[in-house]
Design a protein around this ligand. Structure first.
Ligand code: N01
Length: 868
């Protein structure tokens, strides 16, 4: 489209950006019969591959993967010349596609979008450009790329330099000749690492200014791998489909072995294979390198050794070894002779931590350092300093949504999107590979195509249903952001000061920007949103607005992963087993969990239960000097399973965090001894602990009861019985997922009847073994049914969303509060009956354990300190 067409125009869809995303979006709009125009700042297509023309610029995903799949003819019509194509070749590919599909006629080049605003009356966007012409459109698609807004130089004196200045991300089209020049390169990310070896070939002197050393492995570029090509050619459609459902958009069977589960030799061989292979998609041969620091460290050390073996000067080698972030928590690089470059006599590495730049001057760069200041003269400075990633290009346009809301303001504390596709307050505005989608953690081609397809399908749906506007709901968006963060927090990714976290831009909020759940899982989510009738969206039309509010992923990701792994094992339900088998199974499963944290001391002993029974107990003592307050703890297991050691990790954690002595009691179990043996033992044991407080290293009078599940039932009943019989004194009750009632008709029993380990069937099995139906309404079995709950000790009650027992726990908290008992009530979203106690296995419930410990401390008064 020539500039003469830069007149006001009204279309169905305006697309900003003519890179791979915008080009494909245009194709899909045309095919779907929507009128569309693309606005592009550059004078041709290509997006990032138009601008990033620095020497050595290449893709870092194999070209066999990094190409469009939507036009199968391209396979025949285009042949890549190398494993990793150069920027000119990738740009030619984009131009070839533009020619083939005659895309340019709908693209306005040399046109920068400056602002855009939504009009609620007309349900249309108005896009203002630097050409003065406006475009109005019903739908507005930002196809502006994730790494397209250059980082503004933040080094003092940048403007003063009188020599040549270049930015890798906006490189001159005619190239740069460094011959005979003294060159400075600032930045050692992918752009620096790719360009430095080539600049070194030409320059008279090259000085590399490094703030953070980066992990890089050899790209081993060359002819396309025959083996990979063969894999692909066997069945291109199946290959592409596998890529779409993979982790990062490249077909690969995920590893299922821990880096710590193999011998040093085996691991070294695996890492050597990674080093030889030179492919980002295969960097992690073990399943815990991204989540476990110790596992990750094995790769870190391997690469350090490689760097030391390549770089001659040991001091320089050490400077090049990344030590302040875990492997792959910043985008790793593929290089061609990068580390070798530092063996050249005219190349120098400056460590900016030891020698920070004080200023750039008219003629060079001044550094400070413990040995004094240094002034270096240059002819050329190259900034390879990166991008305002993921959000920069989007908020670079002044976008105003509903009710005058500015996107910049809406995202002031970090981008908030639903699925990385849309944002509340900005109807009909779509982002391709926006923050909150896999985007930069994936093969961009796969992610771009998925977004374009989803957006196109959605626009077709809106058209077919006569709808005018679509917008996410607040709840769906907030919970998506939370879900994305929950996954990121399970990984090492947020530990690095990376551009993934916005850390490279001064003042940018520290938020993990891409969605780290993998492209396959993400695609399933996007499809499920549609299948569930656009869950989490409000869609409006002539007949009003239909809000389909909801949350697409509620279960915490670590729990979802565990449940999925368990489902794969196809274990029989416990309720189908004999009691003996169920106990053996529970014991075996418990033994697979990691040991809990160390405590000061663990002591085993016995104490008298009711009816002369001798009960075993295990005491956990904090490492802090005693005496300590005491907690009589009752384990879970439906009155049938478990013993005084089965909640070991949880007891250790509570002991450490609360600073109390935890005495875990092996009360008698059903079916051998049925109701009320367990609760009678609860009272007897608590009484004995109170009477022997000093002997146990406790503070007399400072005794709480606690328990999980059926154990919390024992604890709750103990507190009630102690009130009724006049002792012992109990200062608090901490109840995690308590059984408080025998009624199975509450919604949580129905909603969570199956799928979350504790099932309705299992609860029936427990109750049947424990208690005759006629006895179940007795408050000693169903403490919620007690006539008078007043005067009971202060309570902490923890309930979990995906627990059949949730509602009875909530009801007990409400009933206690109504009776005037101080209650702290924690309702854990996304958690299950078993998840909070899984110390060292699941991490998303850690906050609940911290609050439980805090509650115990509050029962005992402020003087108690934690045992860690
Ligand atoms: O940018 P970067 P990039 N003083 O942000 C340093 C993709 N890409 O353009 O790490 C001194 O990674 C900064 O230091 P630090 C790819 O996804 C792909 O290289 O912030 N130094 C860092 O060393 C990549 O990750 C290819 O401490 C300063 C460097 O500049 C992404 O684009 C090729 C500084 C910037 O590295 C970005 O890569 C190129 C300062 N004030 C890019 N400010 C392919 O191969 C910044 N730095 C496909």
């Amino acid at each position: 489209m020539s500039e003469s067409t830069n007149t006001d125009v009204d279309v169905d869809v305006v697309i900003v950006g003519a890179g791979f995303a915008g080009m494909y979006q245009l194709v899909r709009m045309r095919r779907a019969g929507f009128s569309a125009v693309v606005l592009e700042t550059a004078d041709d297509v290509g997006g990032t591959w138009y601008w990033n023309r620095y020497p050595g610029a290449r893709c870092d995903i194999l070209t066999v993967d990094y190409s469009y799949s939507w036009d199968p003819e391209l396979e025949q019509e285009w042949t890549w010349s190398e494993r990793y194509a150069t920027q000119p070749e990738i740009l030619r590919y984009a131009q070839f596609v533009a020619d083939k599909h005659d895309l340019r006629r709908d693209i306005r080049f040399n046109t920068r979008v400056e602002s855009a605003e939504w009009n609620d009356d007309t349900n249309r966007w108005t896009i203002h450009t630097d050409k003065g012409a406006d475009v109005t459109a019903k739908f507005y698609v930002m196809a502006t790329g994730c790494l397209s807004m250059p980082k503004v130089p933040d080094i003092e004196g940048t403007d003063r330099f009188q020599g040549e200045v270049y930015f890798t991300n906006t490189w001159p089209h005619d190239g740069v000749d460094f011959t005979g020049k003294r060159v400075a390169v600032i930045g050692t990310g992918s752009s620096g690492i790719q360009s430095i070896p080539i600049i070194a070939e030409q320059a008279d002197q090259l000085t590399v200014f490094q703030r953070t050393p980066n992990f890089s492995i050899p790209a081993r570029n060359g002819p396309i791998d025959e083996q990979r090509l063969a894999e692909y050619r066997k069945d291109p459609a199946a290959y592409r489909e596998e890529a779409r459902h993979s982790g990062i958009g490249v077909p690969r069977t995920p590893p299922d072995v821990s880096a710590l589960a193999v011998s040093d030799e085996e691991r070294r061989d695996a890492y050597e294979a990674v080093w030889q292979r030179g492919e980002l998609a295969f960097l992690q041969p073990y399943n815990d390198m991204g989540i476990n620091a110790e596992a990750n460290d094995t790769m870190r050390r391997f690469i350090h050794d490689k760097i030391r073996s390549i770089v001659d000067d040991p001091e320089v080698a050490e400077l090049l070894c990344p030590t302040n972030h875990y492997f792959a928590t910043k985008r790793p690089c593929l290089d061609t002779g990068y580390f070798q470059t530092f063996n050249l006599p005219h190349v120098r590495l400056v460590d900016l931590h030891a020698h920070p730049i004080t200023t750039i001057t008219e003629t060079g760069i001044e550094l400070s350092g413990k040995d004094g200041d240094e002034s270096m003269e240059f002819d050329v400075i190259v900034f390879a300093t990166g991008f305002d990633a993921m959000t920069g290009a989007i908020v670079g346009v002044d976008i105003t949504g509903r009710d005058g809301l500015s996107l910049r303001d809406a995202w002031a504390h970090g981008p908030e999107t639903y699925l990385g596709l849309m944002s509340v307050g900005f109807p009909n505005l779509f982002m391709i590979t926006g923050p909150g989608s896999p985007s930069v953690l994936s093969n961009m081609m796969v992610s771009i195509e998925q977004h374009v397809d989803w957006i196109t399908d959605t626009l077709e749906h809106l058209r077919a249903t006569n709808a005018e506007a679509i917008e996410p709901t607040e709840l769906a968006q907030a919970k998506w952001v939370q879900h994305s963060n929950d996954i990121a927090n399970l990984t090492l990714l947020p530990t690095a000061n990376s551009w993934y976290m916005g850390a490279n831009i001064p003042g940018k909020p520290s938020v993990f920007l891409p969605y780290p759940g993998g492209v396959g899982a993400y695609r399933e989510i996007c499809d499920e949103v549609v299948d569930r009738d656009y869950l989490g969206f409000a869609i409006s039309g002539p007949n009003g607005t239909r809000v389909n509010d909801g949350i697409i992923r509620q279960l915490k990701p670590d729990i979802a992963g565990l449940l999925a792994a368990m489902a794969e094992l196809g274990l029989p339900p416990i309720e189908s087993m004999s009691v003996e088998d169920a106990r053996a199974f529970a014991e075996e499963s418990g033994a697979m969990n990691p040991p809990g944290p160390d405590v000061g001391e663990v002591v085993d002993g016995t104490l008298p239960g009711a009816d002369g029974a001798e009960l075993e107990y295990r005491l956990y003592r904090p490492s802090t000097p005693g005496p300590h307050p005491l907690v009589a703890y009752f384990h879970g297991g439906g009155w049938v399973l478990g013993d005084h050691t089965s909640d070991d990790a949880l007891c250790r954690d509570l002991c450490n965090q609360s600073g109390a002595v935890i005495v875990s009691v092996d009360y008698r179990h059903a079916p051998e001894t049925r109701f009320p043996a367990a609760v009678d033992d609860g009272l007897a044991a608590t009484t004995w602990i109170a009477d022997h407080a000093e002997e146990l290293g406790g503070i007399p009078g400072q005794l709480a009861v606690a328990g999980w599940s059926a154990g919390a039932n024992v604890a709750a009943v103990t507190a009630q019985q102690a009130k009724l019989v006049g002792g012992p004194t109990i200062v608090g009750q901490m109840l995690l997922n308590p059984v408080t009632d025998c009624d199975f008709t509450r919604p949580s029993y129905i909603d969570n009847a199956e799928g979350y380990i504790l099932t309705e069937g299992l609860m029936e099995w427990f109750w049947d073994h424990y208690c005759d139906p006629d006895d179940r309404t007795d408050p000693k079995a169903s403490p919620l049914r007690a006539d008078d709950l007043s005067g009971l000790p202060p309570a902490m009650i923890v309930t979990c969303q995906f627990d059949p027992l949730r509602d009875e726990g909530d009801a007990y908290a409400d009933a206690l509060a109504a009776a005037g008992v101080p209650v702290r009530h924690l309702q854990c979203e996304g958690q299950t009956h078993t998840s909070i106690g899984m110390v060292g296995v699941l991490v998303t419930g850690a906050y609940a354990r911290a609050e439980m410990a805090e509650a115990l401390q509050s029962f005992f008064g402020a003087s108690v300190t934690s045992g860690v």
